[in-house]
Design a protein around this ligand. Sequence first.
Ligand code: ZN
Length: 189
Amino acid sequence: MVLPVVKYGHPALRQKGARIPQVTDETRQFVADMFETMRHAHGVGLAAQQVGRALQLAVIDVRGVTDRPSQLWIDGHPASVDAFMPLVLINPTVTPVGARVRGPEGCLSFPEIYGDVERQGEVEVTAWNERGEEYRFKAGGLLARAVQHEIDHLNGILFIDRMDSATRADVRPDVEALLAETKARMAKK
Ligand code: ZN
């Protein structure tokens, strides 16, 4: 089922997600709906907050992006990114590795708004999959950026919070217009 994606201004986007104590059939159905919603919106990642649920759960699939490479290491060895996709991140923790890099980002909760964000170039991640099993990996490139963007969502942090002041000033008119639109839509309900 494709779920409605909430836009900037919706309070769910500022909520820290609750830890998922146990992966159940209901969790797995939610994961399936999250993937369907992300693909329908042509996104590379989606966090539970973006469909109005404050949970520690996000999905990622970078296979559709060919112009921005990703890197993956498992147990210290390079591994195939495509074979590792799609990713379910339940209760994830992230450890920064390496240098920080600037790169462009967008967000399904900020349609048509793009800006550069500085992130760690590589991250080590521990999370549960949809079977409730813990797994670990190290990501670089676009995958590292996507993981950091989604885990920020799980803590109520948005990509505009991570922009430098010049970039934030560039996007401010569009962000304010989106905020007004969201508030107007919510007032109608
Ligand atoms: Zn986002």
